[in-house]
Design a protein around this ligand. Structure first.
Ligand code: UD1
Ligand code: UDP
Length: 377
């Protein structure tokens, strides 16, 4: 049985790692051999956005790198489509795994569907209901051309049902949760980042911003003004800068003068990020993955967006949506401060009834895919 995974962006490497482990476990169990190939589109190519994840998470090196690099949506997706189609025609996999909601996801799904190669979408059924997000278009289109929809939560299953996709959907749990469970102790043992950055545990916040709607001209600086006023209340912010965001920032001297409590750092590896989050007072982010990681690690989160696909985190009162509105942002941080100073202990996952599964999502995904392919034979 031959399966190809197509990935290209940072969060996809994190999701790929548990799947690789589950395939290795399947092969070691003697219940058949899956020949797994990894195709890297090259969407992310900086070592800090790509290579470090393969190394730290012990993902086998990609078999093929399509090397598409950056570009407009059409350029990037088009190049991926053409090159992945070549791969499919030569390699002839029995199924393709696509992950999440990036341009690498939709390109992989479309190319495979057109070649009649079954597509399995890992992290299916997520919706923000904001079609201005490129990721929302990618999710909807990918779900509708896929043959197997691996939903991380009941909410995702319900949303798929509303679009008439129940028959292809399977509730597996979230591979992002698998990754956190597998790596959090490893991160605590291996990562030195909190000490290296001279941070005081529970007295700093972790910040990331990379969403296209937050990195439009003018928006980032006003967001940073609000974040500086939150940070100045005794919670310095460590800001891991995505290259998309880095391009928009003024030079270091201007930044240090204007935002003295916001400390910029280069992107860090997954283990360092887990450790940074685990020891943080709060997470402030527009990342999908980080909202959940904060939830899994019982760290309060403020999401710098107007909506989230991960609604369970908001329903569990673990995540407050503020968009980039300064007043809402400051009020949300003050709200968290009050709860923290009041001595509240957070146990979001348990309080919410473990909505993201049991940390074994990838095993279920592999087993369901094998069953599906055997039934087709
Ligand atoms: C992409 C995904 C987004 C995901 C994010 C994870 C799409 C449409 N977006 O956004 O869903 O949340 O990845 O991080 O697929 N760049 C570099 N080095 C790199 C990669 C990118 O400098 O290795 C710069 C380039 O200037 C590029 C810009 O970042 O134009 C944006 O990169 P791109 O991959 O297009 O989108 P992301 O913002 O990374
Ligand atoms: N991440 C990381 N280092 C960083 C920033 C993020 O390892 O400096 C990890 C983060 O822990 C999560 C994933 O990257 O697992 C999220 O990726 P990103 O925010 O780029 O994309 P999104 O999840 O929003 O699609």
């Amino acid at each position: 049985m031959r399966i190809a995974s197509i990935v290209g962006a940072r969060p996809q490497f994190v999701k790929l790692a548990p799947v690789c482990r589950a395939i290795a476990a399947h092969n070691a169990s003697g219940s058949g051999n899956i020949h797994h190939k990894i195709v890297h589109t090259g969407q992310h190519y900086d070592p800090l956005l790509s290579e470090v994840f393969f190394t730290e998470l012990e993902i086998p090196p990609a078999d093929v790198n399509l090397g598409v690099g950056s570009g407009s949506h059409g350029q990037q997706t088009g190049r991926m489509l053409e090159q992945f189609e070549h791969f499919l025609l030569e390699d002839k996999p029995d199924a393709v795994f696509v992950y999440g909601d990036t341009n690498s996801t939709i390109a992989g799904a479309l190319a495979a569907a057109k070649q009649h190669v079954p597509v399995a979408h890992i992290e299916a059924g997520l919706r923000s209901f904001n079609r201005l997000m490129p990721e929302e278009i990618n999710r909807i289109a990918t779900d509708h051309v896929s043959d197997l929809l691996f939903a991380p939560t009941r909410t995702a299953m319900d949303l798929l049902a509303r679009e008439g996709l129940s028959q292809r959907a399977v509730l597996t749990g979230d591979v992002g949760y698998d990754a956190v469970l597998f790596n959090r102790e490893l991160a605590a043992r291996k990562s030195q980042i909190v000490g290296t950055l001279d941070l005081q545990p529970q007295h700093y916040g972790v910040l990331t911003v990379h969403r296209s709607e937050n990195t439009e001209a003018g928006k980032l600086e006003s967001l940073l003004d609000s974040l500086q006023s939150v940070a100045a209340q005794g919670m310095p912010l460590v800001f891991s800068i995505h290259p998309r965001t880095a391009r928009l920032l003024p030079d270091a001297t201007v930044l240090a003068g204007r935002y003295p409590d916001v400390r910029l750092i280069e992107p860090v590896g997954y283990l360092d990020m887990l450790q940074l989050v685990a020891a943080a007072r709060m997470v402030l982010t527009d990342s999908g993955g980080l909202q959940k990681e904060a939830f899994f690690l019982d760290v309060p989160c403020i999401t710098l967006r107007e909506e989230t696909e991960w609604t369970e985190t908001v329903q569990a009162h673990a995540n407050v949506l503020t968009g980039i509105d300064g007043r809402r942002l400051v009020a949300a941080a003050a709200g968290w401060e009050q709860r923290i100073r009041g001595g509240e202990k957070f146990n979001f996952c348990r309080a919410a009834g473990m909505p993201f599964g049991d940390g074994q999502a990838a095993g279920g995904i592999v087993a369901e895919t094998v069953k599906f392919l055997e039934q087709r034979r």
